[in-house]
Design a protein around this ligand. Sequence first.
Ligand SMILES: [Zn+2]
Length: 136
Amino acid sequence: MLLPVHDDTHVTPTEATSTAVALTLHQLMEGVVLAAAYVAGGVVGLIAALFLTAHTVVETAAVGTAYVVAGQYKRGGIAVVFMQTVYVIAAVIAFRSALAVPPAAEHITTAIVGSVLLIVGIHSCRCVIDDSISYS
Ligand SMILES: [Zn+2]
């Protein structure tokens, strides 16, 4: 994901907040994908869940760093906690919704989940690479 923060030494509070908002919405989707990974189960689900967790840590650190550079320590702490809360709540809601799927629709759901995991996996690789370039 291309972040609005390009230079570590000049981050305004507004830029830090826009980064936090963008990544919170992004992690809302990733929480849903995490639930999908659990539902998919097996090695694919486990790898996807582990990868998403590592990826989320990188994104959360990026937001924390943006606030620290902007000198907004308290807001940074709040943003980090808020992002993680949104991620977990999205995962729980999606997981409960997935459990409500009738057994007959399970194969179709598994196929859709597999496709989503593939797309998000590719997207996540790009996120981590972009984050590493932006914050290293
Ligand atoms: Zn992400």
